[in-house]
Design a protein around this ligand. Structure first.
Ligand SMILES: [Zn+2]
Length: 308
């Protein structure tokens, strides 16, 4: 048994305007970190081919058509002030969804214990009908729906990106079987994620943290407010919206986590998954904008996943 890593140059083709923090160098830094000999045991695959229909699992067909039609021949097409598409964006976001589908199939089918998909653009800010926050289609939400088609009745999505996963919350607001749990700095972009936002069926769990909070506060919050909810939901699969911008070095936020805190959270989720769902975890890269903070945190996360 093993850990699947999906990474591919197609994800570098999603270009962003000069100076934008969500840049291809993020993935180059991740690739460099995962080239270390201690990751020799990873099972590595390139991106799987994506299909536009995958987006329709969570977005209305009209929205999906609009995004596909927005793809520029050259330069950039702006969806909002900080969200845009280049000619390589549509291939990248399709490959991200296809790779999520492949990762879910590999884990649900028992080929591997768990999987990490190092894709961009990120997805957790994309709402049903709104692209925002660097995100076009909501990849982790697509992954949850694919998992349900493959036999996972109940799914938990844990989103530890420092920004609230407003898009994922929007998509699963009225759901019963997909529980969405987000820890995030608040107040911060996008402004949502208060603890009293609980969804129509109490399956949305928001755990706001404050600027300056460190790993000790983060761990306490997970012990008190996250792990008990996962146990109670009894998922068949745990998905992670794995952003690493809660790292202390990150320029877009003010939490003070270290790579070791992400390793801790990973190990705790693995222990829960072992008890609840045969260890099944699929982790998808979201944010993380300091190259050193991102690469060391991804390395700690993946190395922990490999310990299964
Ligand atoms: Zn983020």
């Amino acid at each position: 048994m093993s850990t699947l890593l999906i990474s591919d140059p197609v994800f570098l083709g999603h270009a962003m305007p000069a100076g934008h923090p969500e840049r291809p160098d993020r993935l180059r830094a991740v690739e460099e970190a995962l080239a270390d000999p201690r990751f020799a045991g990873l099972r590595r695959e390139g991106a799987a081919t994506g299909r536009i229909e995958l987006a329709e699992l969570v977005h209305p067909a009209g929205y999906v058509e609009d995004i596909a039609g927005f793809s520029p021949q050259a330069g950039f097409a702006y969806l909002d002030g900080d969200t845009s598409m280049s000619p390589g964006s549509l291939p990248a976001v399709l490959a991200a969804m296809g790779s999520a589908e492949r990762a879910v199939a590999a884990v649900m089918g028992g080929e591997v214990n768990n999987a990490f998909v190092a894709a961009r653009p990120p997805g957790h800010h994309a709402e049903r009908e709104t692209a925002m926050g660097f995100c076009l289609f909501n990849t982790v939400a697509v992954a949850a729906r694919i998992a349900q088609k493959q036999g996972a009745e109940r799914v938990v999505i844990v989103d530890w990106d420092v920004h609230h996963g407003n898009g994922t919350q929007d998509i699963f607001w009225a759901d019963r079987d997909v529980m969405f749990i987000s820890s995030h700095e608040m107040p911060l972009y996008p402004g949502t994620g208060a603890a009293n936002e609980r969804g129509e069926n109490d399956s949305i769990v928001n755990v706001p943290l404050r600027a300056g909070d460190d790993g000790a506060v983060f761990r306490e919050a997970y012990r008190n407010a996250v792990f008990p909810r996962i146990r109670a939901h009894r998922p068949d699969l745990i998905l992670i919206s794995a952003g690493f911008d809660a790292h202390r070095r990150d320029p877009l936020a003010n939490l003070r986590l270290e790579a070791a805190d992400f390793a801790w959270a990973t190990a705790e989720l693995m222990a829960l998954a072992e008890n609840l769902c045969g260890g099944r975890i699929v982790s998808l890269l979201e944010g993380g904008y300091d190259l050193e903070g991102l690469s060391t945190s991804v390395a700690a996360h993946v190395e922990t996943l490999m310990g299964a």
